[in-house]
Design a protein around this ligand. Structure first.
Ligand code: ADP
Ligand code: MG
Length: 722
């Protein structure tokens, strides 16, 4: 097949761009150089203005419009010095992508010249046309406008491009009525409410002015790199982000040697290049390594305040895509680009705290701090037990369905891993007032004598969806393609609920004359007794777990369509309404959009499967069949009894392929109306199985067809040639 051979030749001839660093470009020198950071503001803003902005950033004070003018002016000068010609409000619509509306700084004035203009109100608010973004029924057709509003807490930055630089301003995106059309708005709302209730707990533990508590997020991003020559020869990768055809090499490759192996030279060049760009944008790229599958890698930036980490994560993904192209590769963020090969996730590491107190999920080494830690930890346990279904729904998507529960990612059952030591402490708490600490002899339990916990848990469990890892919880179910916002909004909100609950219990007990230590002890005992069922330290991949989980009353929401209804349960609506993160309309809109995206994704894949199957795989198989038929005829003519087995081996799957394509075509043509739920159910019940049948037949053909006739770059080629 000409296309494939050309691609391989081109890959071999490809010379990646040289990656060289100027002497001046040490990480220290370039870090944040394109960011309108606190340091830049301190240098460039009049002192009162600077103070006022910092009050907004650090304490959530309302931004003064006069201050906005001064900031806008300084920001404009700074951006112009960096070659920016345009500014853009950057927002995060519910497609999961990043959207930008660009405007020029220059406005024509009467005499034919142009003047650089950037007023405070332009910084604070924008009005992009919102009609092309999903809104799940929130926006009336006559009101196509959406409004963007500056997120003062996430710094503006200059994005470099050979065709001109742009000043980018992170914003929220809302409808005329103030309802959220984006991922940032609820994140900010949820962070605020979670912080307020966390501060109540801290006050009870004697922190008189703890400072604003925020959530922290450290995302670990997995991805694949594929040479672009192969990528472009795969319409499925190009249009749907995953291979709809193709099978693992029949020999059964052992992939494990790739994990933490040496990073290929070309990939290292790519990584150095991306890290330089990330550094300029103030994104603290830190860890990088190979992942389990060949061609798979991971990057983990240092954790940051939730909303900043979320913005940075989006920016990281765009940067990776761009730089990969520059290096002749395509960066794949899909959760399952290759069937039968390990998929990609995005672990969301969560903690809460602030710069003074650090993470409140650090066990600490004094008994008193332990009690405080245990209250926060118990809040996590309660949250995950009560709202596991919501956590599952927050990571639900057509593409993540390929990964969850597939023995490489955590199961769809949401449970908590605490590690031996912590689990043991909670067992003791559940057992009552007096007990002993593992390995530390007997002790009397009042809160003051709770054991000193090690900061390093020592043991790691890779199969749990929600694992305590020493100073944070790691939510492992999010998919590589997803934003971290959804999971973070959910975690923040369910934590707000549990912290509110805990604070109220403690406040009431103390007001009723119970001594504080006893009140804490009672609260912990009660939480672990009621919610301990969610703690599971065993093997989450094992067959026994789903059965055990069911006995414990934990939900197992296997697919997106099982999980999404969680968003509109009475419980969920009440929760999000109570903490002012989403109103009922917003929740319904998100549910609708979830269904819509699910149906759209699978619809595109189904049409692609039909097209590639009919125009690429089927003709190739028929050519091979013809070749073999000629061979049979020629042998007969020569008086040799032909062996019909090879011909049969291709004819059988070919017949199956024909039938499967016909069935898929029929499924695609079915009349299902315009209800999103019906469309989504149709996608799951009819399209997915029909696609699977096409793929199975095609895989059988791939295993027998002459290699020079196979039309698509193979898994072997895509995964091993870099
Ligand atoms: P591992 O592979 O062991 O999970 P990594 O180093 O790959 O660890 O990633 C850990 C991630 O967790 C990083 O993004 C790191 O910044 C983040 N992290 C560390 N401490 C915290 C914390 N207190 N809160 C949130 N995230 C954290
Ligand atoms: Mg990791």
């Amino acid at each position: 097949n000409a296309v494939r051979r050309e691609a391989i030749k081109d890959v071999e001839a490809y010379v990646p761009p040289a990656v060289s660093f100027d002497e001046s470009e040490t990480p220290g020198a370039i870090f944040g150089s394109n960011v309108f950071s606190t340091i830049v503001m301190r240098q460039r803003l009049p002192k009162p203005v600077f103070k006022s902005v910092m009050a907004t950033i650090e304490h959530g004070a309302v931004l003064d419009p006069l201050v906005a003018d001064a900031v806008a002016s300084a920001m404009k000068d700074w951006a112009l010095e960096r070659g920016a010609t345009h500014y853009a409000h950057v927002f995060y619509p519910l497609t999961g992508l990043t959207a930008e509306k660009h405007d020029s700084f220059f406005e024509p004035v009467g005499d034919g010249s142009a003047l650089a203009e950037f007023a405070g109100k332009t910084l604070i608010q924008g009005e992009p046309d919102a009609s092309s973004f999903p809104n799940g029924g929130l926006r009336n057709t006559f009101e196509a406008r959406g409004y963007t509003g500056w997120d003062v807490t996430s710094p503006a930055y200059v994005l470099e491009n050979p065709n001109g630089n742009t000043l980018c301003i992170p914003t929220v995106f809302v409808s005329m009525t103030g309802e959220a059309l984006d991922h940032k708005t609820p994140l900010l709302r949820s962070q605020q409410t979670m912080g307020e209730h966390a501060e109540r707990i801290l006050a009870l533990f004697g922190h008189s002015k703890p400072g604003k508590i925020v959530s922290f997020c450290g995302p670990e991003q997995e991805y694949f790199l594929v040479d672009r020559h192969f990528f472009l020869a795969r319409p499925d990768l190009l249009n749907s982000g995953r291979t709809l055809f193709g099978t693992k090499p029949p020999k059964g490759q052992e992939f494990d040697d790739h994990y933490f192996g040496a990073i290929p030279e070309r990939v290292l060049g790519f990584m150095m290049d991306t890290e330089r760009e990330l550094f300029k944008l103030g994104i603290p790229a830190k860890t990088r390594h190979n992942e389990v599958a060949p061609g798979q890698f991971e990057i983990a930036p240092m954790f940051e305040r939730g909303n900043i980490a979320a913005d940075h994560q989006q920016l990281l993904m765009t940067t990776f895509k761009t730089i990969a192209k520059k290096h002749g590769m395509e960066c794949l963020f899909h959760e399952k680009p290759f069937e039968g090969v390990n998929g990609s996730g995005k672990h969301v590491n969560f903690s809460l705290g602030n710069s003074d107190l650090g993470s409140l999920l650090v066990p600490g080494d004094t008994p008193h701090d332990n009690a405080q830690f245990l209250v926060f930890c118990a809040a996590v346990i309660r949250s995950v037990h009560l709202y596991g279904g919501l956590l599952r729904a927050s990571v639900a998507s057509a593409s993540n369905d390929h990964r969850l529960g597939a023995n490489e990612a955590p199961p769809a059952i949401i449970s908590i891993f605490l590690g031996d030591q912590l689990a043991d402490v909670f067992d003791q708490i559940a057992a009552g007032a007096a007990t002993s600490s593992k390995g530390k002899g007997t002790m009397q339990i009042g809160v003051d004598t709770l054991p000193v916990l090690p900061t390093d848990p020592g043991d790691r469990n890779r199969t749990s969806p929600f694992a305590f890892t020493g100073n944070r919880f790691e939510f492992r179910a999010p998919g590589s393609l997803q934003t971290v916002n959804g999971p973070m909004v959910t975690i923040n909100t369910i934590m707000a609920d549990s912290l509110d609950y805990a604070a109220t219990e403690l406040e009431t007990a103390v007001a009723n004359g119970t001594d504080f230590d006893t009140a804490v002890q009672n609260l912990l005992t009660q939480i672990i007794t009621e919610h301990g069922a969610v703690v599971f330290n065993g093997d989450g991949y094992g067959d026994a777990w789903p059965i055990e989980a069911e006995k414990r009353g934990l939900k197992n929401l296997r697919t997106t369509l099982d999980a999404l209804p969680e968003l509109i349960s009475d419980e969920a609506l009440a929760l999000f309404e109570k903490y002012k993160v989403f109103n009922e309309r917003e929740m319904h809109s998100r549910y609708e959009i979830g269904l819509e995206q699910y149906a759209l994704t699978i619809g595109v894949e189904a049409r692609l499967t039909l097209e590639m199957g009919a125009t690429s795989i089927l003709p190739a198989a028929m050519r091979y069949q013809t070749e073999l038929a000629h061979n049979v005829a020629a042998l007969k003519a020569a008086g040799i009894e032909p062996d019909l087995a090879p011909l049969n081996e291709v004819t059988e799957p070919l017949t199956a392929l024909r039938a499967a394509l016909a069935a898929l075509s029929e499924a695609l043509g079915e009349e299902i109306g315009h209800e999103t739920l019906a469309e989504a159910e149709h996608a799951r019940e009819s399209l997915l199985p029909a696609m699977a049948a096409v793929r199975a037949a095609s895989n059988d053909i791939e295993c027998v067809i002459a290699d020079d006739l196979w039309p698509l770059p193979t898994y072997q080629e895509m995964l091993y040639i870099l």
